[in-house]
Design a protein around this ligand. Sequence first.
Ligand code: FEO
Length: 389
Amino acid sequence: MNAREIRNGLKMLGVQDWSRRLFDSLIPLPDGTSYNSYLIPGNKKIALIDTVDPEFSEVFMKQLEGIPKIDYMISLHAEQDHSGSLPLVMNKYPEAVLICSAKAKPLLVDHLDLDPARIQTVEDGEELDLGGRTLRFVYTPWVHWPETMSALLVEDKVLYTCDFLGSHVAGTKMFAEDRPAVVEAAKRYYGEIMMPFRSAIKSNMKKVRELDFELVCPSHGPIWDNPETILSAYEDWASDTVHNKVVIPYISMHGSTQKMADYLTGELAARGVEVELFDLAVTDIGKLAMALVDAATIVIGTPTVHVGPHPIVANAAILANAIKPKARFAAVFGSYGWATKAVETVASMIPNLKVEILGAVLCKGEPDEAAYKELKDLAEKIAEKHKDL
Ligand code: FEO
């Protein structure tokens, strides 16, 4: 697509990556993504915010063909999906100054071999006069790298946020228009990437709330034309509030752990507890991450393989530990053949989860009456705990 006008001469450039299905060789992108860049023409100076993934440099450079001059190239985040085309842009515009946060400068030099002499760092709150338009830089660190910042175009009331408040979704609509699919994509992105930085996000949200803006322009996904939608969603996701929900990621090899998962699900549902069940053999881990954003309890189901947890469960436990969901309670269940250390091993893999362990239900082979009774007791215990949420 060509550059598109947002309003008053402000433009959205960049590309829609319709076919990308994986980010960081880990995160599923069922809806693709976009890499947005934004052109800001002032009376005196012209600024460009962020670039695109280097895979699309050629398309991006074509978009820039009609733009004879860039005075300031602004890099809000040094990760390559936004910074990767910077060397080409800086070559095309030899007079351009690259603006970034203090922490971004060494990252941009190290990752992209950019000339440090052409990089000017800005402090939190510093302003850049473009002539009739002022860009104010607002440090919003740890979303999700240490150097990230946002930029407020003061007179136009537009906030540029890069990854922060973004969504991985490709599409031709420039504005989010409160579409549920975009909010879901934003939640998935938050769960996969932003959730480990929940406390930084809370501080950043407070800071952003003090700014005066009408549009939020992220560098992934459409522009939030009703910013309250994404602001209140982020505040909910990052808050300490958990929902009356249990997430059960599990694997079953011969059906026994499956029976336990189904039974526990039924007992929880009968007590008014919402359950999201994920068979890890077929699960989209992005969906799992999304469910973990606000669940009160995680119950992991695993059969035993070579005395430890099933490797796919171990993988999910490591992932859950990395994304640090705010769940308050956890439990484990599963079936084993002759001996098991699955519970101890799983527990050792999730030190980042600040949870109260509500128990472990293990059975040898098929679940028997005693195992079902223990699962029923576990459901009762969870439902009781959830009453105090
Ligand atoms: Fe979209 Fe952290 O890069």
